[in-house]
Ligand binder design. Structure first.
Ligand SMILES: NC(=O)c1ccc[n+]([C@@H]2O[C@H](COP(=O)([O-])OP(=O)(O)OC[C@H]3O[C@@H](n4cnc5c(N)ncnc54)[C@H](OP(=O)(O)O)[C@@H]3O)[C@@H](O)[C@H]2O)c1
Length: 435
């Protein structure tokens, strides 16, 4: 029997910056191949951005230019709105809501939008029997959404761990390789175009946090919950901590973690010591990686380029081809109505091993004072490194602990700070063995 001719799938692209222009380039370059794979042509009918005169390195003359991107949501010659504008509120939010309500599929790379409004938008997509697809929103070109939602559908997922921000990973790698400190490397990253002029979204862990919420949602069947995510970025990491971590056999990574622990769920984004013996430990530079704890498949790791024009556009196109093929799956893997309100473990109740660096004046009795505080909080030390330097300068005392409740260490740190010999805020970093 001959297949029904569905006609071309018609796209309206809103946003023609890095990713939007990359999508146009792939469609122009691979039109025939995409049509073959999708079983129908994929065509762009209309495009929109702020500045019609801007050179975007692509010929847009055969597409309708739309001044107000919102109009794409109601055009009868658009089947899919490809939202490549960004931002959790305003135009992107209004456009996606209108498109879904009008029965149009949406493909987006916008993690901020989904981390804040994912549940509402997933429900809207379902109510209108259309797709809300977002492969490009997490880890750029790595097909982690498809892997977790479709590929791992036969597994109970007990944990997901991600290096989800290329800028942070690049900076931590550069700090380790050069021994230079955070501020110097940040300036270099900004000059090289790897970090934004306002880098806070990246280095404070917000961008990676948005992505983690989407992975947690798929892993545990919960609503994306950015509001309750505990986030620590990488501003407090020094080259000295990175060097000590190396000496101990670890790398410091900004790690998004969502785990199931004795029936409870934990979700946190923070720098961690990751063992060099684990493949996550050697993910360097701008690369992203996601490590998933599955019960049948065990521990698959996906890594690759987490950002950039072509890797991100590649992920957008995988969603477009899925839609062209008629594939439609619940946004977060289960019907939106069945997504639970998550009840996350409080950070202070989480357990783990920790790295702790104190800067202290090299005076008699200091180590005894530190040991007494640890004893009072029932914290046992696994290892200690202390090297003397200039006797008039503070020296680092580096401890690693056995398994301990986070809250106990926070109390101990408050007590360390009150010691006269402690000269700086203690540096506390979780050791995540990824087991
Ligand atoms: N860049 C990456 O590597 C990457 C990776 C993964 C996900 N993402 C996500 O992809 C999305 C797009 O990112 P991007 O890097 O491509 O951003 P971008 O280069 O800044 O492009 C944004 C586009 O949106 C348009 N735009 C902004 N405000 C608008 C408005 N009010 N009306 C109409 N158009 C407007 C801009 O128009 P003009 O060009 O005329 O100014 C521009 O074309 C974001 O959600 C981002 O988080 C990006």
């Amino acid at each position: 029997m001959a297949a029904k001719d569905l006609g071309a799938l018609r796209l309206g692209i809103a946003g023609l910056g890095t990713v939007g222009a990359g999508v146009v380039k792939i469609i122009e370059k691979h039109g025939d191949m995409l049509a073959m794979r999708a079983g129908r042509a994929i065509e762009i009918t209309a495009v929109s951005a702020r500045d019609v005169a801007k050179d975007r390195g692509v010929d847009l003359s055969s597409y309708d230019w739309v001044d107000d991107a919102n109009d794409l949501a109601s055009r009868t010659d658009v089947d899919v709105v490809v939202e490549m504008i960004g931002g959790s509120e305003g135009l992107a939010y209004d456009l996606v809501k209108a498109a879904l309500s009008n029965g149009k599929h949406v493909v987006t790379a916008n993690k901020a939008l989904l981390a804040h409004h994912g549940f509402e938008l997933a429900k809207l997509a379902e109510d209108n029997n259309v797709s809300l697809a977002y492969e490009a929103a997490v880890a750029g070109g790595i097909p982690i959404i498809k892997a977790m939602r479709e590929g791992f559908a036969g597994n109970q997922i007990d944990g997901v761990f991600g290096i989800l921000n290329g800028t942070c990973n690049y900076m931590l790698t550069a700090m380790r390789e050069t021994g230079r400190d955070f501020d110097v490397i940040l300036k270099e990253a900004q000059d090289a175009g790897y970090a934004e002029a306002d880098p806070s979204f990246d280095i404070d862990g917000i961008d990676a946090g948005h992505k983690l919420c989407l992975l947690s949602s798929i892993a545990f069947g919960v609503k994306p919950d950015f509001g309750n995510l505990q986030i620590t970025g990488i501003r407090g990491i020094t080259a000295e901590d990175i060097a000590y971590a190396d000496e101990l056999g670890y790398r410091i990574k900004l790690l998004g973690m969502a785990k199931r622990i004795d029936g409870e769920l934990m979700q946190v984004m923070e720098p961690c010591l990751v063992p060099l013996s684990n493949p996550m430990g050697v993910i360097e530079d701008v690369y992203n990686a996601v490590f998933v704890a599955c019960d049948a498949l065990e521990t698959p790791l996906l890594s690759g380029r987490g950002a950039g024009e072509q890797p991100t556009a590649s992920a957008v196109m995988s969603d477009v081809v899925d839609i062209a093929r008629g594939f439609n799956v619940s946004t977060f893997g289960i019907p939106a109505d069945q997504l639970q309100d998550p009840n996350w473990m409080a950070l202070e109740d989480t357990h783990g091993r920790y790295y702790l660096r104190l800067m202290v004046l090299d005076q008699p009795g200091v180590i005894a004072d530190i040991s007494a505080i640890l004893r009072d909080e029932n914290i046992s030390i696994e290892g200690l490194i202390q090297r003397s330097r200039d006797p008039d300068q503070p020296v680092p005392v580096v401890l690693t602990t056995h398994d301990v409740r986070h809250g106990a260490l926070v109390k101990a740190c408050a007590a360390f700070k009150a010691l006269e010999a402690v000269t700086e805020e203690p540096c506390l970093i979780r050791i995540e063995e990824l087991e």
